[in-house]
Design a protein around this ligand. Structure first.
Ligand SMILES: [Mg+2]
Length: 260
C-alpha cells in the first residue's frame, strides 16, 4: 500500500482489507450534524420553558451556552472531536441530561426531558434525514481501485446498521463492502474488540488490515487491535480534526493507492 507514493505498512504481510469509519471519513456529515445539534438545543430550551415557566431567562441562557459547549456546536459547524461528531446517540443523550441537571433539574426529569429532545430530533439524522450525507471526494475511485485489486472493504461505525447500509447504497458502493460493525454490535468502537470481531467477520487477520478514521478514538483503537496501517482522514471537516501526530494523515483519497 502506498501513501503519496511511499510504501506504508509491513512488507512481509500485504494488506488484504481496509476498515473505514463512516461519519467524517466515508461521508461528509458536518452539515447534518450541525443542523442536528442546533435542533437539539432549540428543543431543549423549548421544553425547558414549557415545563418550567418559572425558570429565569439567565438560567435558560446558561443552558443554551452549556449545550453549545457540550455538543461542540459553533456558528458554522461542529467540533470534529466533540460529542455531536464522535459520540453515540446514547452518550449525547446523557450529556444533554447532564447539562439539564447543571441548570437545576433533578436527574429523572433531566433524563426524561433529554429523551423528549432526542425523540423530537431523531428524524434529522440517519434514515429519512433531509440532509443526505455525501461521499467524501474521490471515495468512489478509491473503493473501485481497492475492489479491483481484490481487497475487502468494511465499515466500522457507531451509526446504526440501517444507516450504514443506506449510505453505501445511496452512493452505489455497497457491493464493494463485505462487512460492517455498527452501534448495534458488541463491543462497540472504540473497543479494540470491535476491530477483532469485524476482522473475524471479514475473514482477514487484524495484522493484514488498514483502518482509516477521522477521530483519535478510531486510530488508537486500531493501533491497540494490532492493525499495522492506521491513517487519519482530515478532509471531511471545515475545521480539521485534532489528530494525534503519530498517525500518518490523508487529505484526499487519491493519496492512497496500492503498489502496482
Ligand atoms: Mg468519524
Amino acid at each position: 500500500m502506498l501513501l503519496r507514493g511511499e510504501p506504508i505498512g509491513p512488507s512481509s504481510q500485504p494488506i488484504q482489507a481496509v476498515l473505514f469509519d463512516k461519519d467524517g471519513t466515508l461521508s461528509v456529515s458536518e452539515p447534518m450534524l450541525h443542523a442536528l445539534a442546533q435542533a437539539r438545543v432549540f428543543h431543549a430550551l423549548r421544553l425547558l420553558q414549557e415545563r418550567h415557566p418559572e425558570m429565569a431567562q439567565e438560567a435558560l441562557a446558561d443552558c443554551d451556552a452549556l449545550l453549545h459547549r457540550a455538543y461542540g456546536l459553533g456558528e458554522d459547524g461542529v467540533d470534529p472531536a466533540g460529542t455531536t461528531a464522535v459520540a453515540s446517540r446514547q452518550h449525547n443523550l446523557i450529556s444533554t441530561a447532564t447539562t439539564l441537571a447543571q441548570v437545576g433539574l433533578g436527574w429523572p426529569e433531566a433524563l426524561s426531558l433529554a429523551e423528549a429532545v432526542f425523540a423530537a430530533t431523531d428524524a434529522l439524522h440517519g434514515l429519512g434525514s433531509a440532509h443526505k450525507p455525501v461521499a467524501t471526494e474521490g471515495l468512489h475511485d478509491l473503493v473501485e481501485h481497492l475492489a479491483a485489486a481484490g481487497l475487502r472493504c468494511a465499515v466500522i461505525s457507531n451509526d446504526e446498521e440501517a444507516g450504514i447500509e443506506a449510505f453505501l447504497r445511496s452512493q452505489g458502493i455497497d457491493q464493494h463492502f463485505q462487512a460492517c460493525w455498527s452501534a448495534e454490535h458488541t463491543p462497540r468502537k472504540p473497543d479494540p474488540g470491535a476491530v477483532h470481531a469485524l476482522c473475524h467477520a471479514l475473514g482477514v487477520p487484524p495484522d493484514a488490515c488498514a483502518l482509516i478514521g477521522d477521530a483519535n478514538s478510531d486510530l488508537r483503537m486500531a493501533r491497540a487491535a494490532g492493525v499495522p496501517v492506521v491513517l487519519g482522514y482530515t478532509a471531511a471537516w471545515s475545521q480539521p480534526p485534532p489528530l494525534d501526530p503519530s498517525f500518518p494523515r490523508l487529505q484526499h483519497w487519491r493519496e492512497l493507492r496500492l503498489a502496482p
